[in-house]
Design a protein around this ligand. Structure first.
Ligand code: AMP
Ligand code: MG
Length: 311
């Protein structure tokens, strides 16, 4: 018998690697993910090791479509009606739902919690990969822990080198991580803001619980950080001029409309971080809708960059 021919298609090769417990980076509409078989604990441990991520931070399981949920929790038809409502409204899309988990899921996936985070991504390459793989993929952002999420394939190479196969899919359309909605308790709560806004969620499932009452392991104050100190300002040009007058070398990230700002944010932070200046000054977006999610990422980046506050 002849041996199987070597795979020629990237998707085919990706599926072979994933089935063998390996890792594959792939594009989604939010950021590039570092994919691993969501049901293989050894593969999941490699994700934590490669990212340097604390093991109690749960991973999000990515699925091709709602129907695949059966493996991870109760049959779709028996689900919380709010999950059906939100899934039908926003999937495929940048929304993660936290739901009670099925028994038997690896603790590496759920961080040992009684819940699981699920998402159906809206990117043709992610969809093709998930359909070809035929099961859920855990896919945290394909960067080292605490660093800026990748929105281009070259960012993934900068972060992880040549250690994983990278499926290319151009720049990520949304550019920031998914909105996470917790449906495991009473009233739904937003655990992480994203491009699907609180108002859009409330329009489907009614009033949200105040987010301060919920806990999401892995939503740390310092995250997504450049190496250069980052200062936030409502008037970044004026702030940059003030700092430049003190003799500092400053680069400015000027806000765009919220959608463009979100999709450019991480690539711009990365580009400016490489300029070797003393300080980055970024403009805050309006505190509403998608602007809230952009400012959330900017605040974590500023916190994580630890600096500039004395000047
Ligand atoms: P990401 O960083 O995009 O991979 O998203 C992972 C984050 O999703 C985690 O760090 C948590 O904040 C959140 N998450 C995932 N699953 C759960 C869960 N079961 N319960 C609460 N938060 C979760
Ligand atoms: Mg991340």
């Amino acid at each position: 018998m002849r041996p199987d021919p070597a795979p020629t298609e990237p998707i085919e090769e990706a599926v072979q690697r994933l089935r063998a417990g390996g890792l594959v980076a792939f594009p989604t509409e939010t950021v590039y993910g570092l994919g691993a078989d969501a049901l293989n604990p050894l593969a999941l441990r490699q994700v934590f090791a490669l990212k340097g991520r604390p093991v109690d931070h749960p991973l999000i399981a990515h699925l091709a479509w709602q129907a695949d949920l059966q493996e991870l929790l109760a049959p779709w038809a028996a689900l919380d009606p709010r999950a059906i409502e939100l899934g039908e409204a926003f999937w495929p899309g940048p929304l993660t739902l936290v739901l009670p988990r099925a028994p038997g899921l690896p603790d590496e996936l759920t961080g040992g919690l009684p819940t699981v985070g699920l998402r159906v991504p809206d990117h043709p390459v992610a969809q093709e990969l998930l359909r070809a793989f035929g099961s859920a993929l855990a896919a945290p952002s394909a960067n080292r822990f605490g660093r800026i999420s990748p929105t281009l394939p070259e960012h993934v190479r900068e972060e992880l080198g040549e250690q994983v196969l990278i499926l290319e899919g151009g720049p990520c359309r949304v550019g920031i991580e998914s909105t996470i909605v917790d449906l495991s308790g009473g009233r739904p709560a937003i655990l992480r803001p994203g491009s699907i806004t609180a108002a859009q969620i409330e329009a489907r499932v009614g009033p949200l619980a105040p987010s301060s009452t919920t806990r999401a392991p892995g939503t740390l104050a310092g995250h997504y950080a450049p190496r250069t100190a980052l200062r936030l300002s409502a008037d970044p040009q004026a702030e940059a001029a003030r700092l430049a007058a003190l003799g500092l070398r400053v680069a400015v990230l000027a806000p765009l409309d919220p959608e463009s700002y979100a999709s450019a944010l991480y690539a711009e932070l990365r580009r400016l971080d490489a300029e070797g200046v003393d300080l980055l000054v970024a403009g805050l977006a309006p505190e509403e809708g998608l602007g809230l999610a952009v400012n959330d990422r900017l605040r974590r980046a500023a916190f994580g960059s630890s600096g500039g506050s004395q000047i």
